[in-house]
Ligand binder design. Sequence first.
Ligand SMILES: Nc1ncnc2c1ncn2[C@@H]1O[C@H](COP(=O)(O)OP(=O)(O)O)[C@@H](O)[C@H]1O
Ligand SMILES: [Mg+2]
Length: 337
Amino acid sequence: MMAQPIAASKEPEAATPALDVSGLSVEFPSRRGTLLAIDDVSMQIAPGEILGVVGESGAGKSITGLAVLGLLESPGRISGGAIHVGGRRVDTLSEKELTKVRGREMGAIFQDPLTALNPLFTVGKQLVETIRLHSGMSKEAANDRALALLQSVGIPAPRERLRQYPHQFSGGMRQRVVIALALAAGPRLIIADEPTTALDVSIQAQITALLRKLCDETGVGIMLVTHDMGVIAETADRVCVMYSGRVVESGPVAEVIHNPQHPYTKGLMAAIPSLHDRVETLAQIDGSMPRLNARPTGCAFHPRCPHAGPKCSAATPPLVSVGVTRSACWLQQGGTQ
Ligand SMILES: Nc1ncnc2c1ncn2[C@@H]1O[C@H](COP(=O)(O)OP(=O)(O)O)[C@@H](O)[C@H]1O
Ligand SMILES: [Mg+2]
């Protein structure tokens, strides 16, 4: 066992998911009417599991993550559904309670590591303060834990690194520091929103491999948000494909990749070069994600879909089980006529 004591020992009951989002809706009121950004989205993440959330830009991935973290910017608001983290409902908490729960139970990793780091303080100080804030550890104990955290995220010479400032780290090393910070309080859930997008291609795989390792070692659940199906294929256990604010397909990653059900998922697969010879439908999907104020009726994907029939513009297909996956397409539900 290489497990290091970097996660606080919180023993969730076996059945308690790290994250349970149920029927989530998020809206943006505006002078010209209310825009529905997230429409009836449900997803679960088990402890020790990575759920990939994938879809083109504008699909609603980041808004979903921000809603879970309680960080939606006004006027955006949750208009329906429930969010539980480690069995505790979080979407109804006051701002004050939420701040506490967010730091302790949830970690966040965003595209740009500099947004999460204070340029004026050493990495060690930032880690120690975060650890102490949520654990009440002594300075010495927190220092030891900070050192163990830097080690666990693969930063060489961690003792020296603790005394350095964020600008003294490379982009990849900085993102490792952010990952250490996200893990500092031993959270049940980490939201990682495009954590490798801003990094050198050569570093990207190292960071996703690190997330996988930490997930396995600590039992934290991870929501890995990305527009890149290749990253999901390499890292996630299960995947949730989003389109225009809804989940259009979800299931175990191998199944969704090798046997995609939804025409949109099939289109996304075409973008993974290494999979081209294994998937039959290879044509890239023309067109782009609709804007919220111009969402097509019925299935929002229908104007771009090669299989669309009259039913597709008339009614929104529900997400139903198709084998071990779930898909929201009339093709699997009696046809598109
Ligand atoms: N503050 C906002 N006001 C209005 N619409 C917004 C706001 N933030 C995001 N949106 C819209 O919500 C949708 C989902 O955005 P987002 O979750 O950021 O997409 P993704 O992360 O999948 O690229 C997009 O159509 C986006 O334009
Ligand atoms: Mg985004």
